[in-house]
Design a protein around this ligand. Structure first.
Ligand SMILES: [Fe+2]
Length: 272
């Protein structure tokens, strides 16, 4: 079983503070910039309580190509019944991430995926994609509960090995179907998904899995969908996964949209 490393930042991942740090994602060797607040704001505790107790529920939503103002309008509606002491800073925080991705990618519209859900074992390690020729910097923010896990590019044997693993895991996950709930009986030690998650075949022996610090936003490299499944350099995308179990979490994913006129459709799966 791979160890979890919660302390260090491996090669290819930078702890950053500013837009200039995020802009460094154009460096060929960098896959992610992790931005954590200096001091944890108090409203996050209240938000966590609302999400865990399911008093704040956001059904899985994909906004295919929204402007900053359209996203803010959507958020105001989604948070209309939420205490203003939480709703206001949350809206500001989410909108700030949308603005940052827009600035980093130099785009006026983004795809936003947002939900409150408990993690499941349905999806394992993966890379996120963007539409053809779209900029590749996007972001994920987990507002409460267990955070995103990721691996160092130095520990990945090759993308050929990674995609072979991903293909096999997706097949096994489909076969397991609804039985793959993270807290369900299907997660017994014999479950093949558990074995694949605990010892990912694309990792070098004894490589640790790293965990994003709490309260952090990760700006990270996505892969152009046309290069997904190809043997591209490991450093061209951030390999990560959601935790496999835990309480409901509020997760926000933001990535550049293809065009302003892109209509609703099935985007990439959202994981955090
Ligand atoms: Fe993801």
């Amino acid at each position: 079983m791979v160890p979890i490393d919660e302390e260090s930042f491996p090669g290819g991942v930078l702890r950053g503070d500013t837009a200039r740090d995020i802009a460094r994602l154009t460096d060929p060797g960098l896959t992610a910039v992790i931005v954590a607040p200096g001091e944890r704001p108090g409203w996050l505790d209240e938000l966590a309580e609302l999400v865990v107790s399911r008093r704040l529920v956001i059904t899985r939503t994909t906004l295919s190509a929204v402007s900053r103002d359209e996203f803010a309008d959507w958020s105001r509606t989604a948070l209309a019944d939420t205490d203003r002491a939480v709703a206001r800073p949350l809206l500001e925080d989410m909108t700030g991430i949308v603005e940052q991705v827009m600035a980093s990618a130099d785009v006026g519209r983004v795809m936003v995926r947002v939900f409150t859900e408990a993690p499941t074992r349905r999806c394992g390690f993966h890379v996120d994609t963007v539409p053809p020729q779209a900029p590749t910097t996007g972001a994920v923010r987990v507002y409460n509960g267990p955070t995103t896990e990721y691996v160092s590019g130095d520990d990945v044997r090759s993308m050929k090995d990674f995609y072979a693993y991903l293909s096999r895991r997706e097949r096994v996950s489909r076969q397991a179907g609804a039985g793959t709930r993270g807290d369900g009986p299907a997660c017994a030690a014999a479950d093949p998904l558990v074995a694949m998650d605990e010892t990912p075949s694309f990792l070098r022996p004894h490589a640790p899995v790293h965990r994003v610090p709490p309260d952090a936003t990760v700006y990270f490299k996505h892969i152009d969908v046309r290069r997904h499944w190809s043997p591209h350099p490991v450093a061209d995308a951030w390999i990560h996964r959601s935790p496999m179990q835990g309480p409901p979490r509020l997760v926000l994913n933001v990535s550049p949209a293809q065009t302003a006129s892109a209509g609703p459709g099935r985007g990439p799966a959202a994981h955090g």
